[in-house]
Design a binder for this molecule. Structure first.
Ligand SMILES: Nc1nc2c(ncn2[C@@H]2O[C@H](COP(=O)(O)OP(=O)(O)OP(=O)(O)O)[C@@H](O)[C@H]2O)c(=O)[nH]1
Length: 309
């Protein structure tokens, strides 16, 4: 996909988030060289309403309070200043997944609650790796539901990548064991492992993930190389609560945020970056295989702040 069509899609995806934020910014006009306290309060409220979270909102407020608008406060200048501050928050966490670990395979464990877009994200990641000429294999480690195994199988067929599955209700760690062995034998570059997302039973999930880790570690002490948490942006602040829990349960090493299209809550990406500082590997802005890309912090910041391209 060309860079242009991706940025168009991004623009469309973030439109609701950007509309919410910039609709509120539009009220802040005035000819003075500095924003007044009232205007700064309104700006901070607008940022919080757009799900950027209190910390990012306070940080941006502080920076804008210190900004002199030499040509008078106008909407474009505020948007540009907000975009710059958002970019400053996002830049340090923008980090594409790098699946270059040796010995092969590089193992990516994917976690997240059911419905977050986990299965689709695994397929999209596999596609992204294929585009980089990596040989990919999938492991259907969510053995809890037959539908999850089936759905991943459909994606594997579509992408033409091998998949290792077990029976419904089988031991996920045994599926993972078989998958690592198969991937090692074949010299597969990247093994992406689906896992169950039963957050309502924390203890069970923790035990299950711990067992998967033990099995992985026995075959390859460096695995899993990545533990990627998939978050649904439409959950807004609740997505942040999921980061808390999964960090504790699963030792998350990075995030993918999905469903940024069509939600007004895309600001939660900024809140996550500011509060947790975990790498954000990619963002999802649609249901098709091409709708996941490593994210460009400057572009996303401009899109959220409504800065014209
Ligand atoms: N609009 C939009 N929809 C998405 C995105 N990513 C995933 N989806 C959709 O969200 C729904 C849930 O995605 P799945 O990949 O099945 O999510 P899951 O976490 O594996 O969920 P379960 O299969 O229920 O465990 C599907 O209808 C996907 O097509 C995205 O970035 N944007």
């Amino acid at each position: 996909m060309s860079a242009d069509s991706w940025s168009d899609r991004l623009l469309g995806g973030f439109a609701k988030t950007s509309d919410r934020l910039t609709g509120n910014i539009a009220g802040l006009l005035g000819g003075a060289a500095r924003l007044t306290e009232d205007q700064l309060d309104d700006l901070e409220d607008a940022l919080i309403l757009s799900d950027l979270g209190p910390r990012a909102a306070a940080r941006i407020r502080e920076r804008l309070a210190a900004t002199r608008f030499d040509n008078g406060v106008d909407e474009a200048a505020i948007r540009a200043a907000v975009a710059e501050e958002i970019a400053a928050i996002l830049r340090p966490v923008a980090k594409p997944l790098d699946v270059t670990a040796f010995p092969r395979p590089h193992v990516v464990l994917v976690i997240g609650v059911n419905g977050s877009g986990k299965t689709t994200t695994i397929a999209k990641l596999a596609h992204l790796f294929q585009e980089q000429d990596y040989a990919v294999m999938l492991a259907a480690g969510d053995t809890f539901r037959a539908a999850a195994i089936g759905q991943l199988g459909v994606w594997a067929d579509r992408l033409g990548v091998p998949i290792i599955k077990g029976p419904e209700g089988g031991d996920p760690a045994s599926v993972v064991f078989d998958a690592v062995k198969a991937a090692t034998d074949k010299g597969t570059d990247a093994l992406i492992v689906d896992t169950a997302g039963r957050l309502q039973n924390k203890r069970e999930l923790m035990d299950e993930l711990a067992k998967i880790r033990r099995v992985l570690g026995r075959l390859n002490p460096a695995a899993p190389h990545d533990v990627v948490l998939v978050l649904d942006a439409t959950n807004g602040q609740n997505a942040l609560a999921q980061i808390e829990v999964f960090r504790e349960v699963a030792g998350v090493t990075g995030l993918v945020m999905t469903k940024l299209d069509g939600t007004a809550r895309g600001g939660v990406l900024v809140a996550a970056a500011e509060q947790y500082g975990l790498p954000i590997h990619a963002i999802g802005v649609g249901e098709t295989i091409d709708d996941l890309r490593p994210f460009d912090p400057d572009l996303v910041a401009r899109v959220i702040a409504g800065v014209a391209a």
